[in-house]
Every structure is written in C-alpha cells, then in structure tokens.
Design a protein around this ligand. Sequence first.
Ligand SMILES: *[C@@H]1O[C@H](CO)[C@@H](O)[C@H](O)[C@H]1NC(C)=O
Ligand SMILES: *[C@@H]1O[C@H](CO)[C@@H](O)[C@H](O)[C@H]1NC(C)=O
Length: 186
Amino acid sequence: MKLWMLRLGFLPLVAADFGNWSLVLLEEAVQTRGAACLDGSPAGYWIEHGWGSGAKRWIIHFQGGGWCISYEDCLARSKTSLGSSLNFTAEKSKTLEYSDGGVHGYLSNQPEVNPDFYNWNKVFALYCDGSSRNSEVEGPVVVGQKEVLYFRGHRILMATMESLMETMGRSESDARSNWRVYEDMQ
Ligand SMILES: *[C@@H]1O[C@H](CO)[C@@H](O)[C@H](O)[C@H]1NC(C)=O
Ligand SMILES: *[C@@H]1O[C@H](CO)[C@@H](O)[C@H](O)[C@H]1NC(C)=O
C-alpha cells in the first residue's frame, strides 16, 4: 500500500512523449479551397506515421467539440483552439494527452495497449470550424464592427482527406477512389 502511494506520487513527473507526432497545417488549402478555421487560419491534423505491417494502414480520429450556435458564440470560439490553429503547436502535449481522451486508446503506439492499430498511420484531425465539418458559406461573415468569421467546415474535411490521400499515395489506395466518388456526388 505504501509503495503504491509512493508510485502515485511520482506519476505527474512522468512527462508524456509525443515525439513521433507531427503537425500538418493545411496552409495551401486556404488559398486553393478556402478551407479555414473560424478565424481564417489554416486547419490541420496531428499524424504519427505507421511502420512495419502498419505502414500502409490508416486510422483517422476526428476531434470532437460540439457546435457554436450563434455569431457571438462562434466569435468567442474563434479565439480558442476549437476555432483557430494559432496555438496548435503550443498545445501539442495538452491536445495529444487529453483531448478526446488523447492518443492513448486506439491511437496509442503501444502494442500492449493497442494491439490492432499500434503501428498504423494514426491521424488526429483537429476540429476548428465549430460546425462538425459541415458548414459551407462562401463569403466571410462580418460580426459586430470588424470581426470576421469563416464557416468552411466542409472544405476543411475535403482538404484533410485530400492531404491524407496524397500521403497515402495515389496508386495503392482504394480509399482514394472511393473518396473521389463521394466527393463528386456533393
Ligand atoms: C516512435 O516510434 C517508434 C517506432 O517507429 C517506437 O518504437 C517509439 O516508441 C515511438 N516513440 C514515442 C515517443 O512514441
Ligand atoms: C493562444 O494562446 C494564448 C496564450 O495562452 C492566448 O492568450 C490566446 O488567446 C490563444 N489564442 C488562440 C486563438 O487560441
């Protein structure tokens, strides 16, 4: 009992290491597709590349976070990481440790924790449009005197998948052609 309490006391000192996870910011997609977070910044995702038998397999987690429900509400959200990529890098550890439970379960790279997917390509798609990747408003929306908001969730979804498909490689991906069919139906 004593030992157990001692171990518990030391737990916070063990910093999580997310060294294999890197951020992809979809900067080009802001120009080419108008895909942007609520505040107009580029959307993005964290990725840990797969290896061995998982090198060509993919698991994609779409971060949640509910909706904003009014311009004022969305404006407030645009000043946080659920509406802007400004702090994505700075908040790496926080996001990967805690958001949606962090990259611990089916996004863990430990075979004991995640025997099915540990060595797959793992994606944590960040959520910054406030509308579950559904919104599609052409023009920026002016709120109040000078604040500008973008409702481009659907474009973010498309840009994210496009970027992932590119990384997967065109020739080997059935997923790519299936996604194409879906996109063409829109
Ligand atoms: C990074 O990935 C390698 C496998 O390529 C793994 O052995 C290692 O534990 C990972 N490091 C971290 C910090 O997750
Ligand atoms: C970014 O982080 C700074 C410092 O914590 C904070 O003041 C600012 O509101 C954050 N901005 C966004 C868009 O998340």
